[in-house]
Design a protein around this ligand. Structure first.
Ligand code: FAD
Length: 370
């Protein structure tokens, strides 16, 4: 049986960044990806500016549009509330971005196998065995679950927390390409189009809009018609050609939990590391990949297996502030317009997106803004 130090299941941002960093630390690292690159991933493709602080290589040539402003729309109000210089987001195409991150991992020495699905993961005291759909079995000292919201690895490790919330993502191409530039200065967030928590978004890209709607609820019958109502609100989306329509899960972090065993650790969506308020997941997938590679390399060197150090570090650096994010979410959905009409709060969210402050500070600003 082939042997590796780390087998990373899934080559999204979390998996590729883990694999790159692990390979650079001298760990024999294999990534197994069920699709072949470039592959479509249902995602708005919005990166907060803090992402670039995490990566030690340039990806600026992949940024399709820097969107400097934000606008809020409520289903029952005609007015659009906009802030021209707030909450900037850099827009990428996930198929290109993820492909590039995977190539970075390969250049660092990781091996990538594409078009191969992992079907089972079996942990024992001394190793973990990863089996693929082709019947191949590979042994590793550590298996990394980077296989997203429906993680086979998370289930194998006993961390079955469901799939989280759900969302629909589409790529809309206006017949007149000038429309994207005309409306390209703002991301748009729409509220009240879903009866519970959740929102719609419009992210302007190079030549089209990534448009979607999502909720933290695990089931939402009628989501497609809520999506339709949301886009009908915008004249500039009328007659646009729809190129993709995918539904997918968003595993919002619901509580601080353990996400590793002796020989398995979870990064990104497989560990439910999506911000429960904003739905941001790429930043946390990358950050957990970095933290994971550091700790796995250290602990394999020291004792040959994992303690709970990785879970502790993720709790400290990611999950702890998500508790405050959940509180923000609760307050927000009671009265969204109260929230987004306060300049003070929007400025706090802008600083939060740069990771200059945390959600606990946003809550303070909310109190002051009353
Ligand atoms: C509709 C929607 C819009 C979103 N918009 C944004 C946004 O604008 N900004 C943001 O920051 N976050 C956004 N998110 C969240 C973000 O997409 C995820 O948090 C992020 O992709 C997590 O990265 P990851 O590497 O953990 O997992 P993924 O990106 O999901 O990658 C998992 C990889 O594993 C592979 N895989 C799965 N199962 C197997 C298997 N059994 N064997 C082998 N390979 C496997 C998959 O093919 C995939 O390549 C959005 C999510 C959704 C659903």
């Amino acid at each position: 049986m082939e042997q590796y130090d780390c087998v990373v299941v899934g080559a999204g941002p979390g998996g590729s960044v883990f694999a790159r960093n692990a390979a650079r630390k001298g760990l024999k690292t294999l990534m197994i990806e069920k699709e072949s690159f470039p592959r479509y991933k249902a995602c708005g493709g919005g990166l907060t500016l803090a992402v670039k602080n995490l990566l030690d290589f340039d990806y600026s040539f992949l940024i399709e549009r820097k969107v400097g402003g934000v606008a809020f729309v409520s289903h029952d109000e005609a007015e659009i509330v906009s802030y021209p210089d707030s909450m900037p987001i850099e827009m990428i195409d996930r198929s290109e971005f993820d492909h590039y991150l995977a190539r970075q991992a390969v250049s660092a020495g990781a091996v990538l196998i594409e078009k191969t699905k992992v079907v089972s993961v079996t942990e024992s005291l001394d190793d973990v065995v990863i089996e693929t759909q082709n019947g191949d079995a590979i042994s590793a000292l550590v298996a990394v679950g980077a296989d997203g919201a429906r993680s086979v690895v998370a289930r194998a490790a006993g961390f079955d927390r469901g799939y989280g919330g759900i969302a629909i993502e589409t790529e809309l191409f206006p017949r007149d390409p000038g429309i994207v530039d005309e409306h390209g200065g703002h991301t748009v967030f729409g509220f009240g189009f879903i009866p519970t928590d959740g929102y719609g978004w419009i992210f302007p890209k190079k030549d089209h809009f990534s448009v979607g709607i999502g909720t933290g609820s695990a089931r939402m019958p009628g989501l497609a018609s809520m999506y339709r109502k949301f886009i009908e609100r915008f004249d500039f989306l009328k007659d646009a050609d729809e190129e993709q329509r995918r539904g997918w899960f968003i595993p919002y972090c619901k509580s601080s939990e353990i996400i590793n065993t002796r020989r398995i650790c979870l990064v990104g969506d497989s560990g439910h590391l999506v911000d429960p308020f904003s739905g941001e997941g790429i930043y946390h997938a990358i950050l957990s990949g970095i933290i994971g590679a550091d700790i796995v390399s250290e602990e394999l060197g020291e004792k040959g297996y994992l303690s709970r150090q990785y879970s502790r570090e993720i709790k400290k650096r990611i999950m702890r502030d998500f508790m405050f994010s959940r509180w923000c979410s609760e307050i927000y959905y009671k009265a969204p317009s109260y929230f987004y009409r306060k300049n003070r709060v929007i400025q706090a969210l802008t600083r939060l997106a740069r990771k200059e402050i945390q959600y606990k500070h946003v809550l303070n600003e909310l109190r002051k803004a009353r």
